[in-house]
Design a protein around this ligand. Structure first.
Ligand code: MN
Length: 250
């Protein structure tokens, strides 16, 4: 649990001792003893106590949001409040449900990052990219946009996902063109700084150049990969991009 400052923020001037106990003891010492009792269980106890005492106010909303962060699911909060209704009182459960429904439905109404990303691009996300999974860190998806004349594939990377260092070989011609269609990611050539890619950005990769491409740590990323026709073309997959190399990117 992050450092709590709500006590000092709200009551620091009016009641410094209460603020200090709230931030440093209740949250700093009691909530943080995760080894003795998990955050999830602490949330369950706290939500129960607040409903039982009828404290369905902004502090309750905070504790519902915390409960959700601590892993209590929509199904579970439904069960918890239903059970509580019989012991704490029907009207209290009703009031709690009105708040819970807002906390637990927020992300389903279009805030799912994967869905948002899919909706932000005109090409489909396609299927899990299982054929190339051995050469990727993290999960990727593949949709064939064109499979004749020039091969064009929409490749989608989940946040943190990237492919291994690799080389597109060809005796003549060949190489690859990347066109970012959604999200934010990177392209990097061996020995050079990584280049950020946003929708509309294009990268031309000549044959024989060692490189990787993938998502930013905090964003989904999709690019069209255009396979430039070449003589005797092949792909050579090399080592993964290390956490250290990748972790330096912003
Ligand atoms: Mn490539």
């Amino acid at each position: 649990m992050g450092k709590q400052t709500a006590g000092r923020d709200t009551l620091g001037a009016f009641a410094p001792q209460f603020a200090q106990l709230n931030d440093d003891v209740l949250f700093g010492e009691v909530w943080s003893r995760e080894e003795q009792l998990s955050l999830r269980d602490r949330s369950l106890v706290t939500v129960t106590a607040l409903v039982a005492s009828g404290m369905i106010d902004t502090s309750f909303q905070y504790h519902l949001e915390t409960a959700k962060k601590n892993g209590i699911t929509k199904t579970e909060i439904g069960e918890i409040l239903t059970q509580l209704a019989f012991y704490a009182g029907w009207p209290k459960a009703w009031a709690a449900f009105r708040m819970a429904i807002q906390v637990w439905t927020e992300e389903e109404s279009g805030k799912d990052p994967r869905m948002e990303h899919a909706q932000a691009m005109m090409f489909p996300m396609g299927q899990p990219n299982e054929e190339f999974a051995p050469y990727f860190t993290g999960k990727s998806y593949l949709f064939p946009v064109s499979t004749s004349q020039v091969g064009i594939f929409n490749v989608t990377f989940e946040p943190g996902c990237r492919n291994n260092w690799h080389i597109h070989h060809a005796k003549a011609g060949g190489g690859q063109i990347l066109v970012c269609v959604a999200g934010r990611g990177f392209y990097q050539e061996w020995g050079k700084a990584a280049v950020e890619m946003r929708p509309g950005d294009v990268v031309n990769i000549p044959a024989g150049v060692k490189h990787w491409h993938g998502a930013a740590m905090d964003s989904w990323f999709s690019h069209l990969a255009v396979e430039v026709p070449g003589e005797e073309s092949s792909n050579e997959w090399l080592e993964p991009v290390t956490e250290e190399e990748y972790g330096r990117l912003r």
